[in-house]
Design a protein around this ligand. Structure first.
Ligand SMILES: [Zn+2]
Length: 251
């Protein structure tokens, strides 16, 4: 039975059937919702991402204080019953995720002219994911070198390995910052996906020299967060060298 208690209109939750979290529409009873455009995401947003995006999100009936980590006894009093409310948001791992943030140290002291691009790339990743934080320092988990070959990366563990910022690519016009975020993406466990789409960071050189986008897309960010939450094994082969040469490059 639907019980509606008359309250000032501004207090009523805007919709009883779904919770808008960022670009996701969470359906009650389902962890994985769909994008606002109706398509389903490859992956659910991380708990931290969902929480951050939920804040200030127009149409969200879930106030920030309603964290599932609040036990019922710790709440001052339950909210008045109005419309049937959706289940608690899927942020159960919120505090766990924050506590599990892994610090990965990198050494870009031998990255020559690419050093600032590497630092910017690290900042982009820090702004994009919640479960890992890149910090310049030692002992380094991964090192970034400059040489005259193609850009490439050798992940040897979660957040560990070597990146080579090859001048062969920048010499042909590929953007150094996109190269740096892409190669660090390998170190963070992402494989190449040569889709040709500039919106995909891991499409690498397949997006062409005109693509300068250095930002990981939603699925790429979520995959890194899952890797560092220990939820999924990385999709890269540890020890393998991922060479980012264009398909038509001479061997
Ligand atoms: Zn690559």
């Amino acid at each position: 039975m639907l019980i509606i208690v008359r309250e000032p209109a501004g207090d009523l939750p805007p919709g009883p059937h779904s919770t808008v979290i960022g670009n996701f529409c969470q359906i009650p009873g389902e962890l994985l919702g769909q994008y606002r455009d109706g398509t389903s995401p490859d992956h659910p947003p991380s708990a931290e991402e969902a929480r951050q995006r939920c804040q200030g999100c127009q149409g969200s009936p879930v106030p920030p204080s309603r964290s599932p980590s609040d036990s019922p006894s710790s709440r001052p009093r339950p909210p008045p019953r109005r419309l049937p409310s959706p289940p608690a948001p899927a942020v159960q791992t919120d505090r766990t995720a924050q506590a599990a943030v892994r610090v990965v140290r990198y050494d870009a002291s031998r990255a020559a002219e690419f050093r600032s691009a590497v630092d910017q790339a690290a900042q982009i990743w820090n702004d994009s994911v919640s479960n890992v934080r890149l910090v310049a320092g030692s002992p380094a988990d991964f090192v970034v070198l400059a040489d005259n070959g193609w850009p490439r990366a050798q992940p040897v563990g979660r957040g560990r390995g070597t990146v080579w910022m090859g001048r062969q690519a920048t010499g042909q016009g590929y953007a150094p910052l996109r190269i740096a975020t892409h190669e660090i993406g390998h170190i963070l466990g992402l494989p190449d996906r040569r889709t040709g789409r500039c919106t995909d960071l891991m499409s690498g050189s397949s997006a062409g020299t005109g693509c300068t986008n250095p930002y990981p897309n939603t699925a790429e960010r979520a995959a890194v967060d899952r890797n560092f939450a220990g939820l999924t094994p990385p999709a890269v082969e540890f020890g393998e060298i991922y060479v980012d040469a264009p398909a038509d490059a001479a061997p």
